[in-house]
Ligand binder design. Structure first.
Ligand code: DSN
Length: 415
């Protein structure tokens, strides 16, 4: 894909687009929710479908001109069903948050009760944080991870659920490095008569490839975003049994959204097609192998990891035991100067502010996509540690930055 035309018509916009391409080529993307989609997915997302209005669903639209929109949405639905094995799929949510909104709108009334993981323990804003609509419209109670082990406190969840009597329990997280026992949480939901929503936004690709337990057929609803580990077009997805299909579809459109972003749905269709190829399993396994290698090496270098390691695509470092005088934000900024991009993150038992928290979160999906293996990820762990040990040392930043330049040349991304 070139920016030839936009360069001629709008040099300012072209400069930003080309700058972003260069930034992605020349840095190591370790934000756990990011990835690099294929050129085919990008082409599909920039297609003429961006001009189309297709309110409704395939075969039942409120506008004419939807023949090809129907084709592409049906492809995305069919491929999603093949990937995850759900009875019903809605590919229209504009994001993972709006997928969650769709489920809440379909199944809850204002004032109903949501039980979800605390944000500082790895949860997500859309699971009921007071700054999000979910925390304003519904009554929310939160469960936690066990501070000592870093694992979900399943028994604590049982106790809170019994007392709170939620209408829905949300599992699936944004900063949780361990396998989620969806079946165990389903037992809790069954015991208290609650629905169970598994938000697999981060692990959609791992679940599709069979390297993480699937909640499909276990929980009532599964939501996700479609651009993280699954590496398809940008947006969200909802999956459920046929019995909830009409409620979910009506909640997404017209309940929460108007016209679907058909160009993004085209990207989902193409990306799901890629994920159905056998190579995708290799990528998903390598993503987890790389995260484990990263975790091992960080630990060997003396860093403390929440839960001690990882089962998935991310690690969460608690800087407090090893580097009590530095913060996640300081480390994030120093690493970005050296060409490694990740995010400061709260940790369970957080003692600082969410803007300048005590941890960093690092993921391997994007590195894996550009070809990194375990040895390269161990080296990246060493680079991270060099900067964490001395974040204000310009010579260290320069040395790490030079090595990042070599690595990005060795593992090229987009032309
Ligand atoms: N913002 C995403 C993340 O980084 O985890 C979640 O939506």
């Amino acid at each position: 894909m070139t920016y030839e035309t936009v360069r001629e018509t709008d040099p300012d916009a072209a400069a930003a687009l080309e700058g972003e391409r260069a930034r992605q080529n020349n840095t190591l993307a370790m934000i756990a929710s990011e990835n690099h989609v294929s050129e085919a997915v990008m082409e599909a997302q920039s297609s003429e479908l961006t001009n189309n209005y297709a309110e409704g669903y395939p075969g039942e639209r409120y506008y004419g001109g939807c023949e090809y929109a129907d084709d592409i949405e049906q492809l995305a639905i069919d491929r999603a069903k093949a990937l995850w094995g759900a009875e019903h799929v809605n590919v229209q949510p504009h994001s993972g948050s709006q997928a969650n909104m769709g489920v809440y709108l379909a199944m809850l009334d204002p004032g109903d009760k949501i039980l979800s993981l605390d944000l500082t323990h790895g949860g997500h804003l859309s699971h009921g944080h007071p700054a999000n609509f979910a925390g304003q419209v519904y009554e929310v109670e939160q469960y936690e991870v066990d501070i000592d082990s870093g694992y979900i406190d399943y028994e604590g969840l049982d106790d809170i659920a019994t007392e709170f009597e939620p209408d829905i329990i949300v599992s699936g997280y944004s900063a949780y490095p361990r396998e989620v026992d969806f079946g165990r949480i389903q037992e809790t939901a069954d015991a208290v008569g609650a629905y169970h929503l598994a938000d697999i936004a981060h692990i959609t690709g791992l679940v599709a490839a069979g390297v993480h337990e699937s909640p499909i057929g276990v929980t009532d609803f599964v939501t996700g975003s479609t651009h993280k580990t699954i590496r398809s077009g940008r947006g969200g997805i909802i999956m459920c049994d046929e019995e909830h299909a009409d409620a979910i579809d009506g909640a997404v459109f017209p309940g929460a959204q108007g016209g679907p972003a058909m160009h993004a749905i085209a990207g989902k269709a193409v990306g799901f097609g890629e994920a159905l190829q056998p190579e995708f399993e290799d990528y998903a396994e390598q993503t987890v192998g790389n995260a484990k290698a990263l975790a091992d090496q960080l630990r060997e270098n003396g860093l403390s990891l929440v839960s001690g390691g990882t089962d998935n695509h991310l690690v969460l470092v608690d800087l407090r035991p090893s580097h009590p005088d530095t913060t996640g934000k300081v480390v994030e900024e120093a690493l970005e100067s050296a060409g490694i991009v990740l995010n400061a993150n709260t940790v369970p038992g957080e003692t600082r502010s969410p803007f300048n928290p005590s941890g960093i979160r690092a993921g391997t999906p994007a590195l894996t996509t550009r070809g990194f293996g375990e040895e390269a990820c161990r080296e990246v762990a060493d680079l991270l540690c060099e900067v964490i040990d001395d974040p204000e040392n310009e010579a260290v930043i320069e040395r790490v930055s030079d090595r990042v330049d070599e690595l990005t040349d060795e593992y090229p991304l987009y032309d």
